[in-house]
Design a binder for this molecule. Structure first.
Ligand code: G1P
Length: 288
């Protein structure tokens, strides 16, 4: 079955980026010249996704406006003959009806956010993209995962190795053959302290899940941080269906973290034709 729907949980408060995120959704923070959410949406669309499901919360209106037409702006760009930017602005608006917004009325965690989209997704496998995890790669990571899903016909999560002292920031996996590119997961635990972590293999914000997860999420109690955790529901799902870890090709930046966000800006800027030369001369000058 084709993966046609993707959930974007975008209800988080972004407290780590205050005051920048006081009146602006954290997903609108720009990496070079594009907001984080646009990278995630473009990744999904170029991976064959046809329906984008945003799980939003209060104060997220800018996200809806970003993916909608802005007639005044378009008209001004047209009058000023800024046709290239105009085309870009027009292209980023998905076809009407492609984006669906549903609201998470309480901040009960990632698992709860996914559950909020259950009726929109229905009875088919779907993707989840966390915009905070920005990945620079030749082939979009979700596209790589969709191909794996086609082969395995089972839930698949993106995985990287993290330093052992950072396990308490991630969903951490237990597996028998974790060195393989794709491996079967035996267990998962959300944000374990280093001494309790079964490995240093961390789940990154790209998931392909079967709809069975919704039933489990509906009954899932609170876990780490007092929130309903997707990782806890997946560890239940594991007892009923296989789930695979997938070591993707690409570099992941943690844009939920100030340092990671700056690194992403640097990495993407150094690939950007307009600014890469100016920036690399500046860096060389600063470092010498
Ligand atoms: C979420 C998930 C966690 C995963 C991480 C990846 O955590 O709960 O399992 O490893 O995303 O970025 P968060 O970063 O929202 O706290």
């Amino acid at each position: 079955m084709k993966i046609k729907k993707a959930i974007f949980p975008v209800a988080g408060l972004g407290t780590r980026f205050l005051p920048a995120t006081k009146a602006m959704p954290k997903e609108m923070l720009p990496v070079v010249d594009k907001p984080l959410i646009q990278y995630a949406v473009e990744e999904a669309l170029s991976s064959g996704i046809e329906q984008l499901i945003f799980v939003t919360g209060g104060g997220k209106g800018a996200l809806e406006n970003h993916f909608d037409r802005s007639f005044q702006l378009e008209e001004t760009l047209r009058q000023r003959k800024k046709l290239e930017v105009l085309r870009e602005i027009e292209c980023l608006v998905p076809e009407s009806g492609t984006i669906i917004y549903t609201r998470q009325s309480e901040p009960l965690g990632l698992g709860h956010a996914i559950w909020c989209a259950r009726d929109v997704v229905g009875d088919e496998p779907f993707a989840v993209l966390l915009a905070d995890d920005l990945i620079q790669s030749e082939t979009p990571v979700l596209h790589q995962m969709v191909k794996e899903f086609d082969r395995l016909r089972a839930s698949t999560v993106a995985v990287i190795e993290v330093p052992r002292e950072e396990t308490s920031r991630y969903g951490i996996l237990d597996a028998d053959n974790p060195a393989d590119m794709t491996f079967r997961i035996k267990g998962m635990v959300e944000k374990p302290p280093t001494e309790e972590a079964p490995s240093n293999l961390a789940v990154i914000g790209r998931y392909i899940l079967t709809p069975r997860i919704f039933e489990i999420l509906g009954e899932q109690g609170k876990g780490a941080g007092g929130e309903i955790q997707l990782t806890d529901a997946m560890s239940q799902l594991l007892t009923k269906q296989p789930i695979f870890g997938y070591r993707f090709e690409g570099t992941r930046f943690d844009c939920g973290d100030k340092a990671g966000f700056q690194m992403a800006n640097l990495a993407f800027a150094l690939e950007h034709p307009e600014i890469k030369d100016t920036l690399s001369s500046y860096i060389k000058e600063k470092l010498c």
